[in-house]
Write a protein of this length. Structure first.
Length: 139
């Protein structure tokens, strides 16, 4: 069995964003030369997420609105975590809801998606460099 590892780096200037990283993962898959196996895509920061869904702007705005209702950023004093001097208690909760990682089957050298599926990096506490791990294993 072969394995391939690559890191994708992001520095989102705003607090939150959803970035389609499907192309980045496809490029990593091509470099790996793996035809059959699994691709793990993992946000390596506790205030960021990787998830699969449709690349539709209305859905992304719905996520933004829904997450803000579930875990509003303000008032920052609402979160015990922020008593440490942070202001990102909400970002930790948003990440928990949206998930840490995805695993995608690799079939015939391609990501084996259903209709409309795309991979996204979700940022909930931007303003600094963060990374996503792409690990591909197989033959």
């Amino acid at each position: 069995m072969k394995s391939y590892r690559e890191e994708l780096w992001f520095n989102i200037p705003g607090r939150r964003a959803f970035i389609n990283i499907t192309g980045n993962v496809n490029e990593a898959l091509k470099k790996s030369k793996i035809l059959e196996g699994l691709a793990l895509v993992n946000a390596m920061h506790i205030t960021a997420s990787v998830f699969i869904n449709d690349d539709e702007p209305g859905l992304h705005q719905d996520y933004e609105d829904w997450l803000e209702k579930l875990a509003p950023h303000a008032p920052v004093s609402f979160y015990r975590h922020n008593r440490t001097g942070e202001d990102n208690g909400d970002a930790h909760l948003k990440r928990q809801i949206m998930g840490r990682e995805v695993v995608i089957a690799v079939t015939g050298g391609k990501l084996d998606f259903g209709p409309w599926e795309q991979i996204f990096y979700g940022e909930f506490d931007g303003g600094r460099k963060k990374r996503v791990l792409v690990k591909i294993i197989g033959e």
